[in-house]
Write a protein that binds this ligand. Sequence first.
Ligand code: AMP
Length: 420
Amino acid sequence: MTFDQFSFDPRIFAGIEEMGYTDPTPIQQQAIPIVLEERDVLGIAQTGTGKTAAFILPILQRLTRGNLRQVRVLIVAPTRELAEQIYEVSTVLGRRTRVRSVAVYGGVSKGPQIDALRRGVEIVVACPGRLLDLHSEGHIDLSHVEVLVLDEADRMCDMGFLPDIRRILKLLPYQRQTLFFSATMPDDIRELADTILKNPVTVQIGTIAPAKTVSHALYPVPHALKKNLLFAMLDQTATGRVLVFTRTKYRARNLARDLLRRKYHAAALQGNMSQNQRQNALNGFRDGKYDILVATDVAARGIDVTDITHVINFDMPDTVDAYTHRIGRTGRVDQPGEAFTFATSDDAMMVRDIENVLNTRIEQRRLPDFDYGDFTPENLFQKQPARTSSPNSRQRNGGRAHTANARGRRSNKARASSRN
Ligand code: AMP
């Protein structure tokens, strides 16, 4: 199946080519025709499935007709990073069209956003707080909005944006098309969807289980050895881009600092950083200046780096949803990826929850040649006897590296030293 089946304007096809897309992903195959019909959509899709283009492409098609230079499409996203990512996709896909977009979020000066609005745009990609600010100050007219997109609705609720969303809804015309995307559908999200969607078509890609191209492994370890395990793992594993998750901003900052001291090319991405610092970290990760990004859950939302080979959960996530979101950062659009999770004795319950939701057991591994002291991982999850590795286990792969990264990448350490 190719994009030719959709009768997009040739200028939009040029954008698709520029992005390097050849075939539509499953969510694009399903959602594009429905959005083109101007119907409401309830999209249950995890990140990494190509959902941004699934709504941007038909929206651009709609905007090739009708008035220019008034806000006709409002896309609301929970984080600046996600807003920026959507803005970039819409800019590249729409480059040959006359459609203009602006990203509107807090933490940066309002001036350039207000200037762009004044010059006239058709698409506003916004985080809720700044959008409401600019509206109350009279900088944005939402009375011509024809399409509302709510992206990562579950995360918006998690972050406490529900009251802001309700306020925004009141500012929009009743007659409009609404596209609602969420990776998960807990009750409050379904309720919100029910109240704002009219006769929607549901598009579901996968369940809340993570992308199939991601293989998972659990590394039982005591707290005190986590850092050394990470260093040893990075040395032994031929990784490409690695995203490491910590529970708190401070842990992200400190871990990135320790990695830098050990000559790894690492950066932190956490909420205490300024927007500029975050953007520098993200750009550096994307451009290859950094191999390792140490992030918190919230800061990592919207990271659009396609070839993350490994996600390492240095700290166990708090919820199964967070686990799904984290590992959705690797294995994107059929690229293989690996997700390693460090598990301490405190994490046994969460491991069980994740396994229940994924409906699978996560293979437990032990890093070869790592000094675990007197720690025996088998003690960790007493109700879950340690599994022996499967026949194709990477651990047995010649006993060298614990991962089958046969893509010829050098280890991070080799890369780090070769750059020093
Ligand atoms: P998303 O789920 O929108 O965050 O997209 C995940 C990644 O897939 C992004 O890097 C997109 O640029 C990429 N992508 C989206 N659509 C396609 C496609 N049809 N073919 C290849 N890559 C795509």
